[in-house]
Design a protein around this ligand. Structure first.
Ligand code: BDR
Ligand code: CA
Length: 311
């Protein structure tokens, strides 16, 4: 099984990603989960991460709190998408599993130093603050990362927080720039692919039909999350962004993309946080990211439903 650290800001779609990983022990070993400020402030994302682990029957997992704000900017949140708690929809009990005392960034550094080089994959599902901070604090760990598979950015699909920028990159563009320029093998799940995995009624009914607590809660999360996107995009369901990252680790054959150069805009007010993707290879800039553009959406939902049903 591939060893991963999940870096997250739950977020209903983050919850699906975490549950997909926890339902796939033969493919994925979760070394720990680190919360970051993003969709909602850190006090909520760390609590939500623990609630999700408990829902998945894994109160033994280690959950850490990372950075409570972007490297250089004021935190921008997304309650308009995820609700006040970040996980609005079903009512869940407060978590009882502990929050680890160690800072999440120190956990990332320590884990990369402890595990054999090239055996730990980082899975960021929110702003890239914790990962960038770890690279700034401990440059020696950069070369030890096996791969970073992240959800963020958008190119042909544009942005979802500004016309040009996707939320995770927009919230901490300086952190994103550090990560994209680190020289670590990078796989990017942008809006171009996540806007193709929609929570249609049939798929949400599939969650409900599991007849489990996880299935019921998943369906209610999908329904809440969908409310925003269906109204906004006029689509047949909401995009389930973050679990594409975990699905890629399990079944990369579901996805198609290109190894290209991607740079992050950190200067312009108009296009701040834009992922400028050289999809057509019109520059000589070094190829630093496998930018995913297409997905077998039904294959993705079949995998997600199968693995969630195990929890
Ligand atoms: C990303 O932003 C968050 O709102 C979601 O959890 C996802 O990680 C989509 O732009
Ligand atoms: Ca997220």
């Amino acid at each position: 099984a591939r060893k991963i650290i999940i870096d997250t800001d739950p977020g209903q779609d983050d919850a699906f990603a975490i549950m997909l990983a926890l339902g796939s022990p033969e493919d994925i070993e979760v070394l720990g989960l680190v919360a970051v400020a993003g969709n909602v402030p850190l006090a909520l994302t760390q609590k939500n991460t623990r609630m999700i682990c408990e829902l998945a029957g894994r109160p033994d997992l280690k959950v850490f709190a990372g950075c409570d704000r972007p490297l250089k900017r004021k935190l921008v949140t997304a309650e308009h998408v995820h609700g006040k708690s970040g996980l609005d929809g079903p009512v869940l009990a407060d978590p009882v599993m502990p929050l680890q005392e160690q800072h999440g960034v120190d956990f990332i550094i320590e884990t990369l130093r402890r595990e054999p080089a090239g055996t730990v994959t980082l899975c960021p599902l929110g702003p890239l603050t914790n990962i960038a901070q770890a690279f700034l604090q401990a440059p020696d760990v950069v070369a030890r990362v096996q791969e970073i598979v992240l959800m963020g950015g958008g190119y042909f699909e544009g942005g979802n927080i500004t016309p040009a920028a996707e939320f995770n990159i927009y919230v901490d563009p300086e952190a994103a720039e550090i990560v994209f320029r680190a020289g670590v093998p990078l796989v990017v799940m942008p809006l171009d692919v996540t806007h193709k995995v929609l929570t249609t009624k049939a798929r949400v009914d599939g969650f409900r039909a599991m007849g489990t607590e996880v299935g019921r809660v998943a369906a209610e999360w999908a329904d809440f999350f969908e409310r925003f996107d269906v109204a906004k995009y006029g689509s047949e369901g909401g995009p389930l962004h973050d679990p594409t990252v975990v699905a890629y680790l399990i079944k990369p054959e579901l996805f198609k993309g290109r190894l290209i150069n991607v740079e992050i805009e950190t200067g312009s007010e108009l296009t701040l946080g834009m992922t400028v993707a050289d999809w057509w290879g019109v520059t000589e800039r070094a190829k630093n990211a496998f930018f995913v553009g297409d997905v077998d959406a039904q294959g993705f939902f079949d995998l997600l439903t199968e693995r969630l049903a195990r929890l």
